[in-house]
Design a protein around this ligand. Structure first.
Ligand code: ZN
Length: 140
């Protein structure tokens, strides 16, 4: 596959953790998720392949949180607490990345963010991922 994807720089809030990421499909995979963890966390995530994230600084400062099936691994900075990325439960070959950590990107840049129905997780059901709804941001 010809790869002309852009390498994005990213960091947590306190910048103790820095990483670079190639996104699977740029910002076309942005979504929110309704699972118990994501709805508290509130972040908008975007997909990247496991090999396409490189932690360039502060890897030892990353903490990991797992719950329920333990398949998903949610990484966050142990200093500032900001979620950086997670190994996905619905596709363990991919990470979800916090778009707000990516340099020059704000979660408010996107008018519509798909909401995944993480309460009824796709791997708890037989059929594939479903979309629960769309959040609409209105630009002033
Ligand atoms: Zn931090």
């Amino acid at each position: 596959m010809s790869d002309n994807r852009k390498t994005h720089k990213a960091s947590c809030h306190c910048k103790a953790v820095e990483f670079t990421v190639l996104l699977s499909n740029e910002f076309n995979t942005i979504r929110r998720c309704t699972c118990s963890y994501c709805s508290m966390r509130g972040a908008v995530a975007v997909s990247a392949e496991l090999a396409d994230i490189t932690i360039t600084k502060g890897e030892s400062l990353l903490s990991v949180y797992q719950f329920n099936s333990g398949t998903a691994k949610h990484f966050f900075c142990s200093i500032c607490g900001i979620y950086t990325h997670h190994q996905r439960r619905s596709n363990p070959h991919q990470y979800g990345v916090n778009v707000a950590c990516i340099e020059g990107v704000s979660p408010f840049d996107f008018k519509e963010v798909v909401v995944y129905d993480g309460v009824n997780h796709p791997t708890d059901r037989q059929s594939g991922p479903i979309t629960a709804g769309v959040l609409r941001y209105s630009k002033q």
